[in-house]
Write a protein that binds this ligand. Structure first.
Ligand SMILES: *[C@@H]1O[C@H](CO)[C@@H](O)[C@H](O)[C@H]1NC(C)=O
Ligand SMILES: *[C@@H]1O[C@H](CO)[C@@H](O)[C@H](O)[C@H]1NC(C)=O
Ligand SMILES: *[C@@H]1O[C@H](CO)[C@@H](O)[C@H](O)[C@H]1NC(C)=O
Ligand SMILES: *[C@@H]1O[C@H](CO)[C@@H](O)[C@H](O)[C@H]1NC(C)=O
Ligand SMILES: *[C@@H]1O[C@H](CO)[C@@H](O)[C@H](O)[C@H]1NC(C)=O
Length: 482
């Protein structure tokens, strides 16, 4: 994870939309008949004699509002073909097309927009992955070309879709679960939620393992089969297409920027629905609300479940056994999981949905806190030098999601680095000096070479405190239910 702080840049524009539409109508009256004929014909559309060119919204107005209004018929078949890109964001580019859109049998990286007058507009190039500012990473993401092309050049449609498409890449950092959510599923939700399932997901750099892992989630976002842009040689035709994904912040869905007003909790409930529908065996449920109202006193006595996610390579717990014993003494029933890439998400979800508290050392697996129930607690064990990523990637998002969040900042004595470096070495004594040298150095020193030996008395105090808040929160939920 090589992220840097990202601030979103104000609200997306809606108000200019009407005047944009009026402008488009005005410019394009002569094209009205062309697009409707080409959109229904299975063979290459007839030649167009109209001199009016393809519309590029970049020239007329901003593309952003078009993207935000996609799928509602505001821009529809009676509008002229259009290609534009919104490149105003630091984090991500998103392009938009409407008209006679066709994938290419010959090139996996070209998508055609067939329209008259295509000599004027240049093709647009885009890498549909929302980490635009990371130049080295983006160079590894396949670039797509959105190419205006004369109607006569159109290849025959093998699959004609009535629904719009959203095109995105599962290249980049895919393979790291944090990024699979942060740069993949959540931006996809942000971009595609407005279609309410009436959208075709088109994946560049498709991986079978990725599809298997997230199939259930994808099925909640789209009613249609996912198109594998890499392997599928058929020409797919669409009336409308968004290429690239919107981005709102780390593990964030900003409801102010969503047409539907939905937020991260809605994404979370989509995740839960995705895995609920497919239960092979009933999950261990948190105790259901009692028929007879349970007294707060009874709630206190029930033991709480502490889910420990243990890493098996770097940033391991070196005294796991003692930690398990300690948590039992603190009134918890500890459960241990070491998730691997192959661990089914359904299993991780079952594990965490039953937990009152999750404990994990900073790392990608902390992302799974998204499976925790609201009001439960996350204790992130923060190794030396990692305060900033811990807070940015997980602390703030966890609070936003309604969890009680606690950073357990390890002391030098609890870090294995205290064995590798002399007391007083900047690695131990001045972490900012080391992290100031950049992410590569931070990763080498603090991410890759550090294990944790928790101080049991110090951690025990935290466990007792968290146990008390969990009990309080449970009691208050019970009171509310009465
Ligand atoms: C797009 O339109 C909105 C609303 O009129 C405006 O606030 C915004 O600055 C425009 N953006 C660009 C990039 O032109
Ligand atoms: C569309 O076609 C019809 C007949 O085919 C014609 O009467 C009409 O003027 C055309 N409209 C435009 C905007 O070109
Ligand atoms: C369309 O134009 C192409 C090349 O300009 C020509 O070969 C073709 O015959 C035309 N088709 C029709 C239906 O006019
Ligand atoms: C297409 O767009 C026009 C102009 O915005 C609108 O009047 C019309 O109702 C739309 N048609 C459909 C089918 O949504
Ligand atoms: C852990 O460190 C962060 C960053 O330095 C700080 O904001 C936070 O208060 C610390 N947490 C605790 C429990 O001391």
């Amino acid at each position: 994870m090589a992220d840097r702080r990202h601030r979103k840049t104000g609200k997306l524009p809606f108000s200019g939309f009407l005047c944009l539409l009026l402008l488009l109508c005005f410019v394009s009256v002569s094209l009205l008949n062309q697009s409707s004929s080409s959109s229904s014909s299975p063979t290459p559309p007839p030649n167009i004699t109209s001199p009016a060119p393809l519309t590029t919204a970049t020239a007329t107005a901003n593309c952003s509002s078009l993207i935000d209004r996609a799928g509602v018929g505001a821009v529809n078949q009676s509008h002229p073909p259009l290609l534009c890109c919104d490149r105003a964001h630091r984090r991500t580019d998103v392009c938009y097309m409407t008209g006679d859109i066709r994938t290419s049998a010959a090139s996996r990286r070209t998508i055609f927009l067939h329209a008259a007058g295509t000599s004027t507009p240049k093709p647009e190039k885009i890498r549909p992955y929302p980490r635009k500012w990371e130049k080295d990473l983006m160079a590894t993401v396949d670039e797509l070309t959105l190419r205006p092309s004369p109607p006569a050049a159109a290849a025959r449609c093998a699959v004609r879709h009535g629904a719009p498409a959203v095109v995105f890449s599962t290249g980049g950092y895919t393979g790291n679960v944090y990024h699979e959510f942060n740069d993949g599923l959540i931006p996809l939700y942000i971009t595609a939620e407005m279609f309410a399932g009436e959208v075709v997901l088109v994946v560049a750099e498709y991986h079978d393992w990725w599809f298997e892992k997230y199939r259930r989630v994808l099925e909640k976002m789209s009613r249609y089969e996912v198109v594998n842009l890499k392997k599928d040689k058929r020409v797919h035709c669409f009336p409308e297409m968004i290429v690239g994904l919107r981005f709102h912040g780390e593990l964030a869905v900003d409801s102010n920027l969503m047409r539907s007003g939905k937020g991260i909790r809605d994404f979370q409930s989509l995740l839960n629905r995705a895995f609920d529908n497919h239960q092979e065996s009933p999950p261990p449920r948190p105790p259901s609300p009692p028929l007879q109202p349970l007294s707060a006193a009874t709630a206190v006595h029930r033991s709480s479940t502490l889910a420990i996610l243990a890493r098996s390579r770097s940033r391991r717990f070196l005294n796991l056994r003692e930690i398990l014993r300690l948590s039992r003494r603190a009134g918890f029933e500890p459960q241990l999981l070491s998730p691997k890439r192959s661990t089914p998400l359904a299993e991780i979800r079952r594990f965490l949905a039953a937990a009152d508290v999750m404990v994990a050392v900073h790392g990608a697996a902390v992302t799974h806190f998204m499976f925790m129930r609201p009001g439960t607690a996350l204790i992130q064990v923060v190794p030396l030098g990692l305060d900033w990523p811990a807070e940015t990637y997980y602390g703030e998002p966890a609070r936003r999601m309604g969890l009680q969040y606690l950073a357990y900042n390890v002391t030098a004595a609890e870090s294995s680095l205290s064995k590798a470096y002399r007391r007083g070495d900047p690695v131990l004594a001045d972490t900012a000096a080391v992290t100031g040298k950049g992410w590569a150095e931070t990763k080498r020193v603090y991410m890759d070479s550090q294990d944790i030996h928790l101080d049991l008395s110090r951690f025990g105090k935290v466990l007792h405190k968290v146990r008390a808040t969990v009990v309080r929160s449970r009691a208050s939920i019970l009171l509310k239910k009465k």
